[in-house]
Structure formats: structure tokens, C-alpha cells
Design a protein around this ligand. Structure first.
Ligand code: AMP
Length: 485
């Protein structure tokens, strides 16, 4: 029936059209068999055309079939199960502690996002929902469970905690969604998922989604699904045409000054800044704040409340730069991000596409700059191969000064003078305006481990000592791009 496709804003979304009696039509949500209430809510969100995964999955979910879906975040996957589930759950009543459906998510952020989807699309339906994620109080969650919920959205660990406390029973679950199964596997959650599934009735509808479909994934899916309908959308291998990309190659010690210079000279409204390692997220976050940038940080070692708070601030514009790791930021949906900076070249080429896919969404203009060192060659080659082209090299004026500053910092870091150590407060927070530490409540209460400066002991990476110094004059030299798009 699907006769063709045209590309919209990026490789992820294609609009399909159908041909009936020689006339062509775009497939609409109204063609998928959803209820008027759901269609109205979808319309309110501004969507009229389903994405391929929605078009392929929704009719089968509505038929009650098990579905094995290969789709990544960013493809509209969440609505492909939330929309039909709202209709499926429209009849029937929730009983205390016995949810009627369960959606398992690997991270708290994804779980929270799915619950936002339910709130959004379910606003004309009267379904009750509970979100069971770690890091937030048990009592509110228990109160909801006690009342009875139609939809339970949970991370595996927290769900099992509730089960073990006798607060939830899973034998009333008729629809189960296992979302992001490959990430569940990466994060070691499969034994928990298996245990959870074993607590459910065998007669149920199961929807299993994974970004990749390896042999292991299929084996796993076989355990949970019964005669599933397979639906797949190909992972994006291309980057959006509306994103201007650039590659800046510097020495390792020049990365931070170079990033600051890019930030100063670009018209940055909001930006994701990706690091490969959590400790580098902390270091860069501290460094940027010292230099007066309005930055926040996001990585998996932070407490849930801190992560949520940072995300909210970033979404509302209170924070304009979000320094983050791939895992913490993946799947997080923020509109109108003007820039993405890869402070580190990602070691998995697909992550390059995920990262830069956060800007230039829905046809908007976006910018993605990658800071590389000579040792990143093999990772860059893999990215070029995946996206089918090289990232255009950019230059910035004032590299000489950047190099001098980097050399100075390196020299200082190698030989921290006694005097400067005594003068500087241990917190690296000489201006006293920003607490650069990202700490869990648990880590915050731990006694200091040693008298060494923070990061220096465990971290071979360049420490942050000296980064709070004056902004050098070369920042005023205009930034020159030598290549675009
Ligand atoms: P997801 O893959 O579920 O994380 O969705 C990625 C983004 O696509 C979210 O911002 C959704 O709100 C958006 N989205 C979902 N369905 C559609 C649609 N049919 N048309 C346009 N955008 C959509």
C-alpha cells in the first residue's frame, strides 16, 4: 500500500502516502483506527501524519497482536505504543495494586518522558497512571498504586522494590511494553526484566522495542512474545541537512579554551556539550562555570532529583549549556537546541548521529561542532564512513593564543606551587558563585578522601587548576569558519 516516501527534517521521519484509485494521499493518524479522543489529543500536539513506526505498529497494537519493533528514540516510537494503549485501556477498570498495563524503561528520564506522553495523549481519556522510578519518594507512588492504576511506567529496579514490599501485584497486567530492550541489556537489567515478566499472566499482549535487533535480542524477544508482528524502521545513518557541521582539530590541552572560544563566537541559544566520560562532564561543567558560562551537567552518577532539576532548567532556558554524557542524554527530547558540541569525538559512530540529531530538529537550523585531537583519527574515520561524508574542517582565529594558554595551564598543572595550593580554596570555587561539584546526596556526605586537589588523583585527564583565570584578549578576535554544511 505504501507507494513512496519523501524526506522531511531528517533521516528518521518519512511521510508515507497511499494510492487509492489512482489518487495519492498522505497517511493520516485518522487512517490508523484510533479513537476520536486520541486523535484530538494528537491533533492538539500539532501532529497529523504518523511516523513510519507509528504507521506500522499502531494497527497491530490495536488488533491485540504482540509486536517486535526495531526503532530508536527519535522515530516517534513512544507514541506508537502509547496511542493505541490509551484506546485499549479505555474499557475496563483498575483495581487496587493491580495495574492493567506496564511499561518498562531502562532510565528514569525515559520513564518520565513516556509518562508525559501518556498525560499529553491521554488528556481526553480518563486513565490513571503511576510512575515508579528510583530517586523519588515511595509514599506518593504507593498512594497511587493503592488507588489502582491503568498504566504503570517503571524502571525495573524500583518496580521490584515495590513488588517485594507487597505494594504491587503484576498478575493483572494485560499489556506489557519492554522499551529500549538493548539498553536494558547493556545496563544489566535483563534478569530483573525476566523476573518481572515471570510475575505476569502468560495471556497478555507484549510489545518489545529495541534500537537494534541482534541475535541476542531476538532470543530474548522469543521468551516474551507470542507470534509477534515484526515492524522495523531503519536507524538513521544520515545527519539532517539543516545542521551545519564543523570539525576543529586541536591539541588535547587546547580543547577547553577552544570550546570556550567557539561558545563565545557562535550565537548559542541552547546547546548540548557531550563528553565521553562522566568525570569529564564534571570537569568541563566546573570549568565553564568558572568562566562565567551558564552551564548545567547531566550524568548517571548524579542523584535523580538533581538530574530532573537540571533537565527542567535546561528545558525552560534557565541553563543554556548542558554538559552531558551519552547515556544520560540519550532519548531526552528538547526542542530548539541551537548547537551541539562534541567536546570528545564519540567512540561509537552512531552516537555522533544521536548527538547531533538534537539540533536542527523539525527543519530548524542547527549547528554541530566537534573538537578532535590527532588521536581521534580512527573514530572520525568510522563516523565519516557511517554518515557517508567527512565533517568539514573549521579553523578559529587566535589558535596561537589558545596554544599558549594551554601550554601555560599544562605547565601549571604539572607543577602546582605550594603557595598557589595554599591560597586556593579546595573547592576550586574561588569566585564563590558556583558550586561546581555534582554530587549525589550519598557522595556529598562522604568525608574528603585526600588532601590532593579534586580529580587529580583518579584522573589522568587534564585537571582544572588555573581555569578560573582571566579571559584572554584573543576571545575578542572573530571566529572564522572555513567550511560549512
Ligand atoms: P520518540 O521517538 O518517541 O522519542 O519521539 C521523538 C519526537 O518526535 C518527540 O518529540 C515526539 O513528540 C515527536 N513526534 C512523535 N510523533 C510525531 C509525529 N507523528 N510527527 C512529528 N513528530 C512526532
Amino acid at each position: 500500500m505504501t507507494a513512496g516516501a519523501i524526506s522531511l527534517d531528517c533521516a528518521v521521519f518519512y511521510r508515507h502516502f497511499i494510492i487509492i484509485n489512482g489518487s495519492s494521499f498522505y497517511m493520516k493518524f485518522a487512517d490508523l483506527g484510533l479513537s476520536p479522543e486520541v486523535l484530538k489529543a494528537v491533533g492538539d500536539s500539532g501532529y497529523d501524519t504518523p511516523t513510519p513506526i507509528q504507521e506500522k505498529a499502531i494497527p497491530y497494537v490495536l488488533m491485540g497482536r504482540d509486536v517486535l519493533g526495531t526503532a530508536q528514540t527519535g522515530t516517534g516510537k513512544t507514541a506508537s505504543f502509547t496511542l493505541p494503549m490509551i484506546d485499549i485501556l479505555a474499557s475496563g477498570q483498575a483495581k487496587a495494586r493491580m495495574p492493567r498495563s506496564l511499561i518498562l524503561e531502562p532510565t528514569r528520564e525515559l520513564a518520565a518522558q513516556v509518562s508525559e506522553n501518556f498525560e499529553n495523549y491521554g488528556k481526553y481519556s480518563s486513565l490513571s497512571m503511576a510512575l515508579l522510578i528510583g530517586g523519588v519518594s515511595f509514599s506518593d507512588q504507593e498512594a497511587k498504586l493503592d488507588k489502582g492504576v491503568d498504566v504503570l511506567i517503571a524502571t525495573p529496579g524500583r518496580l521490584l522494590d515495590h513488588f517485594e514490599r507487597g505494594k504491587v501485584l503484576l498478575n493483572g497486567v494485560k499489556t506489557l511494553v519492554i522499551d529500549e530492550a538493548d539498553r536494558m541489556m547493556d545496563m544489566g537489567f535483563i534478569p530483573d526484566v525476566e523476573r518481572i515478566v515471570s510475575l505476569m499472566p502468560p495471556l497478555r499482549q507484549t510489545l518489545f522495542f529495541s534500537a537494534t535487533m541482534s541475535k541476542d535480542m531476538r532470543k530474548l524477544a522469543d521468551k516474551f512474545l507470542l507470534n509477534p508482528k515484526e515492524v522495523a524502521v531503519s536507524p538513521p545513518t544520515a545527519t539532517a541537512a539543516t545542521v551545519t557541521q564543523g570539525l576543529l582539530t586541536v591539541q588535547k590541552a587546547e580543547k577547553r579554551p577552544a570550546l570556550r572560544k567557539l561558545l563565545e563566537h557562535e550565537d548559542v541559544k541552547t546547546a548540548f556539550i557531550f563528553c565521553n566520560r562522566k568525570k569529564d562532564v564534571d570537569i568541563l561543567f566546573g570549568s565553564l562555570n568558572k568562566h562565567g558560562f551558564n552551564a548545567g551537567a547531566l550524568h548517571g552518577d548524579m542523584s535523580q532529583s538533581h538530574r530532573m532539576e537540571t533537565l527542567e532548567k535546561f528545558k525552560s532556558g534557565d541553563i543554556s549549556l548542558l554538559v552531558c554524557s551519552d547515556v544520560a542524554a540519550r532519548g531526552i527530547d528538547v526542542n530548539s537546541v541551537s548547537h551541539v558540541f562534541n567536546f570528545d569525538v564519540p567512540s561509537h559512530a552512531e552516537d555522533y548521529i544521536h548527538r547531533i540529531g538534537r539540533t536542527g530538529r523539525a527543519g530548524q537550523e542547527g549547528h554541530a561542532y566537534t573538537i578532535a585531537t590527532k588521536s581521534d583519527g580512527k573514530y572520525l574515520d568510522a563516523i565519516f564512513k557511517l554518515v557517508g561524508k567527512e565533517i568539514p574542517a573549521i579553523e578559529i582565529d587566535g589558535m596561537k593564543e589558545i596554544s599558549e594558554e594551554a601550554a601555560e595551564i599544562s605547565a601549571r598543572e604539572k607543577k602546582p606551587s605550594r603557595q598557589s595550593r595554599q591560597k586556593k580554596p579546595r573547592s576550586n570555587n574561588s569566585e564563590g558563585k558556583n558550586d561546581n561539584k555534582i554530587r549525589d546526596a550519598t557522595t556529598a556526605s562522604k568525608p574528603p578522601r585526600s588532601k590532593k586537589p579534586r580529580y587529580q588523583k583518579e584522573d589522568n585527564d587534564t585537571p582544572v587548576i588555573g581555569l578560573g583565570d582571566n579571559v584572554p584578549a584573543f576571545f575578542n578576535i572573530p571566529f572564522r569558519k572555513t567550511a560549512t554544511k
